[in-house]
Design a binder for this molecule. Structure first.
Ligand code: SER
Length: 738
C-alpha cells in the first residue's frame, strides 16, 4: 500500500516526466491579495499569470498546495467532521499549462496517472463534462467528451450543469468549462444494488469527486458576457486526502495514514477509541482536521485574533475546543498536546512545523485556555435562557439568543440544540437562520468591491522604477472603475511607475500625476495579483497625454527611515533577546513602525533600553546601504539573509544590507542609516501568546521629545506625591533605573 508521502511524491514525479516544473506550495495565508484571505485552490499563486499580468516562467507547472476553505466562495467549515471527506485544510495536487497543452493532454495524462501509474480500477471511474448554457451561448463541451470517449463508455461521461462544471475564479475574470473525475469506492454488493451513475455529485460519501480539470478559455466581463482568453490555461486540482483514501482502500479520508495517528492520539487522551460512537467520532474528526489548520496557519504567520483572517482561525480553534469539551470531556486545554504527533506525521514534508513547534504550542494553549473561560460563561447564559423560557411557559429559546451564543461564544447550533434537548426544549431555527443570513450579508457587503472591466489604452506590461526614481514620465496602460463602500474610485496601471505599491508591511506611495492639462492625486498604490494599481478619485480627462508621476517624497522619505529602522530593530532584537526572535508581522508607514516578533515573555525596560541603544548606535555610524537586486535566492542566503516562513520568494530576490543587518526585502530604504535620525520605542505589548509587538518612531521631532520628557516628569511628580518618604523613593527609583 502506498503511503501518503509516496503518493504525494509520485504525483510530482509523474508530471515532472511530462515536462512540468515542480514548484513549492505557496503559503496558505495570503498577504498581498485584497480579494482572498487564504489560499483556497492551487491556482491562487498563478493568478497573475492567468490574468496575463506577468508572463509565465514555465509553461508547465505542477505542485502540492496547502489549501484552506473556510471563508468566501468556497467554505466547507460546517460540513467538516460530520462527513468523512470534507476538510478545512487540505492538500491539492495540481498541474498547469499556461498557453501550452490543453484539453487532450490534460485528460489523457489524468487517466494515465490514475489508471496506469496508480492502478485505480478504471471501472470505478466516471467523468463529468459541461452540459452547455443557453444564457452564456455555450454548447456542451463535446471536445472533452470525445477525449473521454477513448477511455470511458458514453454512459459514464455525465453532463453537469454550470454550478458543477463551469469554473469561475470570481465574479469576473478567467473561467471555463471543467471536467471532474469521480470515483466509486463502495463495495461490489452496494455497486450492484445501486448504479453509481445515480450517485455522482449527490453528496454520497463514497462516490466522490477526486480531480477537477479546468479548461480556462474565457474571460468573464463585468456585464456578465464572455470573451475568448488570448492564452488558454489548464488548471487541475486533485484532493490529496481523497486520493489517499481511494488508494489505501478506505472509505473515509480519516481512515488513511494522513489522519489515523492524530485520531489515535485524541482517542488516547479522551480514554476512548475512534469508531465506537458516532458523536464522539465527529468530535475527533473535527479536532484532527482543525489542529492541522490552526498549526499551519500559525506557521504561515496568521495568529488567532479578533479580526479578519485571525478571527477565522480563532473560530476554527474554538469549534475544535468546543467539540472536545462537550463530547470528549476535555475540560482543560488539550489541542496543543497534539503537536508532537502532527509533527511526526507531517514534519518531513513541512519542516516549518518543526521549526516553530514551541510557538504553535504556546499560542494554541493560551487560546484554548481563554476560550474555555468564555465557554463556561456561554453555558451559564444558556442555563439562564432555559430558566427564563420555562418561567414564561414557552418550549423554545429565541433564534437570536442561539445566534449570540454561536457568534460570541462559539456555540455551534448543534451544541445549543443538544443542551436544549436534554432540557426538553428547542430553538427557533428560522430566526437563527435569518440572523445568520443577515451576518453573512453584512460580511459580504463589507468585503464587496464592484470592479468594472479594464479599459486598455496601450498594450504592454508595467515596470517599477521606484528604487531609482521618485519622478518619472509615464503613460497610462489601462484603467478601470471600482466601487468600494459606495465610493467610486479609479485604478490606473502605468507603463512605468516610481510609486511603491503596498507590500512587505510598507504602505503604498501617494503623490500626483501631472500632465499639461491636469493634476490628479494618487491616494494610494496597491498590488493586485502582482500588478501595481494607482488609486485616484477622479479619472484624468486626457488619458493619452504624457504625464509625470511624482511621488510625495516627504512621506516616502519618512517611510524609508521607518523601514530601515525596522531592519535595525529586528537585528537588535535578536542580539539582545536571542536567535529565537522571528518576524511575525510588520507595518511601516510614514508616521511610525510596528514590528511583531516571537518572544515568550515581556521585553523588560532594561532590554528595551539596550535595543534602542544598539539601533541608535548603528544609526550614528551612518552605515551605507548595500542593495543586491535580482540575485538568486541561494546567493541571498549566503549573504546571511533569513527566509521567513509564510513568505513567498521568487527564484530571484532583493537583499538589503546595512553592515551586518541582512534581509530579503522589496521595500524602500534610506541610503545610509544616519538618515534615520534616531529611533525611539514608544510601546511594547503582547499580540498573542509568544508574540510581542514593538511600536517605534524615527527621526523624532524635538516637540515629541519634549512631550516625552514632560510625561516622565509628571510620572515622577505623582510618584513623589503619593509617597511620603521622599528619600527612600528616590533610592528605589535610582536602584531600579540606574
Ligand atoms: N481551480 C480548480 C478547483 O479549485 C482546479 O484546480 O477546483
Amino acid at each position: 500500500m502506498l503511503t501518503a508521502k509516496e503518493i504525494r511524491e509520485s504525483f510530482k514525479a509523474f508530471f515532472e516526466s511530462k515536462g512540468h516544473q515542480i514548484v513549492p506550495s505557496a503559503p496558505m495565508v495570503i498577504k498581498d491579495d485584497p480579494t482572498l484571505m487564504f489560499t483556497n485552490a492551487g491556482m491562487n499563486q498563478f493568478k497573475d499569470i492567468i490574468l496575463g499580468n506577468h508572463p509565465a516562467k514555465h509553461r508547465r507547472v505542477a505542485d502540492s498546495q496547502k489549501c484552506l476553505r473556510v471563508s468566501g466562495k468556497h467554505n466547507d467549515l460546517e460540513e467538516v467532521g460530520h462527513d468523512t471527506y470534507h476538510h478545512t485544510m487540505f492538500e491539492m495536487l495540481g498541474n498547469w499549462s499556461f498557453g501550452d497543452y490543453f484539453k487532450k493532454e490534460a485528460i489523457e495524462w489524468a487517466w494515465e496517472y490514475l489508471v496506469t501509474v496508480l492502478k485505480l480500477d478504471p471501472n470505478r471511474l466516471y467523468a463529468t463534462v459541461f452540459e452547455g448554457s443557453s444564457s452564456d451561448g455555450l454548447e456542451r463541451d463535446n471536445e472533452a467528451a470525445a477525449i473521454w470517449g477513448q477511455f470511458l463508455p458514453a454512459d459514464r461521461i455525465i453532463n453537469g450543469n454550470r454550478h458543477d462544471n463551469f469554473w469561475e475564479m470570481g465574479d469576473t475574470g478567467p473561467c471555463g468549462p471543467c471536467s471532474e473525475i469521480h470515483i466509486d469506492l463502495r463495495s461490489e454488493k452496494e455497486r450492484k444494488a445501486v448504479d453509481a451513475l445515480t450517485l455522482v455529485n449527490k453528496s454520497h460519501p463514497q462516490v466522490i469527486e477526486i480531480w477537477n480539470l479546468v479548461f480556462m478559455q474565457y474571460n468573464r466581463k463585468a456585464d456578465g458576457s464572455l470573451e475568448a482568453l488570448p492564452a488558454r490555461v489548464i488548471d487541475t486540482g486533485m484532493g490529496f486526502e481523497r486520493l489517499c483514501m481511494a488508494l489505501q482502500g478506505k472509505t473515509s479520508n480519516y481512515d488513511t495514514d494522513v489522519f489515523q495517528p492524530i485520531l489515535k492520539e485524541i482517542a488516547k487522551m479522551a480514554g476512548t477509541q475512534y469508531g465506537l460512537n458516532t458523536q464522539n467520532d465527529i468530535a475527533m474528526r473535527v479536532i484532527a482536521d482543525h489542529i492541522r489548520t490552526i498549526s499551519f496557519s500559525i506557521t504561515d504567520g496568521q495568529l488567532p485574533s479578533n479580526a479578519k483572517a485571525g478571527y477565522v482561525i480563532r473560530r476554527i480553534l474554538r469549534r475544535a475546543v468546543r467539540y472536545g469539551y462537550t463530547f470528549l470531556n476535555q475540560k482543560s486545554a488539550f489541542m496543543y498536546k497534539l503537536l508532537p504527533v502532527l509533527i511526526d506525521n507531517m514534519g518531513d514534508a513541512y519542516p516549518e512545523l518543526i521549526a516553530q513547534k514551541e510557538l504553535i504550542e504556546k499560542v494554541i494553549k493560551e487560546e484554548e485556555e481563554s476560550f474555555l473561560r468564555t465557554l463556561e460563561t456561554g453555558i451559564r447564559l444558556l442555563d439562564k435562557a432555559i430558566v427564563d423560557v420555562r418561567a414564561e411557559g414557552k418550549d423554545s429559546i429565541s433564534g437570536k439568543d442561539a445566534f449570540v451564543l454561536y457568534d460570541t461564544f462559539g456555540f455551534p447550533l448543534d451544541l445549543t440544540e443538544l443542551i436544549l434537548r436534554e432540557n426538553g426544549l428547542t430553538v427557533d431555527i428560522n430566526e437563527f437562520n435569518t440572523e445568520m443570513k443577515k451576518q453573512k450579508e453584512r460580511a459580504r457587503h463589507a468585503a464587496t468591491i464592484e470592479t468594472g472591466d479594464w479599459i486598455t489604452l496601450k498594450e504592454g506590461s508595467s515596470e517599477f522604477v521606484g528604487y531609482d526614481y521618485t519622478e518619472y514620465e509615464v503613460k497610462i496602460l489601462r484603467y478601470r472603475q471600482i466601487k468600494q463602500k459606495n465610493q467610486i474610485l479609479y485604478q490606473l496601471v502605468l507603463d512605468q511607475t516610481p510609486f511603491y505599491a503596498e507590500s512587505g508591511g510598507q504602505v503604498g506611495d501617494t503623490g500626483v500625476i501631472v500632465s499639461e492639462f491636469e493634476t490628479i492625486d494618487i491616494i494610494d498604490t496597491k498590488k493586485e495579483n502582482n500588478l501595481s494599481v494607482h488609486i485616484t478619485k477622479t479619472l484624468p480627462k486626457h488619458l493619452d497625454a504624457p504625464m509625470m508621476a511624482c511621488v510625495n517624497t516627504d512621506k516616502r522619505t519618512a517611510s524609508a527611515a521607518n523601514h530601515s529602522a525596522t531592519h535595525l530593530l529586528d537585528q537588535a532584537l535578536r542580539e539582545v533577546l536571542g536567535d529565537h526572535v522571528e518576524q511575525k508581522g510588520s507595518l511601516v508607514t510614514p508616521d511610525s513602525l510596528r514590528f511583531d516578533f516571537s518572544h515568550f515573555q515581556k521585553v523588560t525596560n532594561e532590554e528595551i533600553r539596550q535595543i534602542e541603544h544598539l539601533v541608535n548606535a548603528r544609526i550614528r555610524q551612518n552605515i551605507p546601504l548595500k542593495e543586491y537586486r535580482n540575485i538568486p535566492i541561494a546567493e541571498g542566503k549566503e549573504l546571511g539573509a533569513i527566509a521567513l516562513f509564510g513568505e513567498k520568494y521568487g527564484d530571484e530576490v532583493r537583499v538589503i544590507a546595512f553592515g551586518s543587518s541582512v534581509e530579503f526585502c522589496g521595500g524602500i530604504h534610506v541610503t545610509a542609516t544616519g538618515n534615520i535620525g534616531m529611533m525611539k520605542i514608544i510601546s511594547e505589548s503582547s499580540v498573542a501568546a509568544g508574540v510581542r509587538r514593538i511600536e517605534a518612531y524615527t527621526g523624532v521631532k524635538v516637540e515629541d521629545m519634549l512631550d516625552s520628557i514632560q510625561d516622565t516628569l509628571t510620572e515622577l511628580k505623582s510618584l513623589f506625591n503619593n509617597v511620603p518618604d521622599l528619600s527612600s523613593t528616590i533610592h528605589k527609583f535610582i536602584e531600579e533605573n540606574a
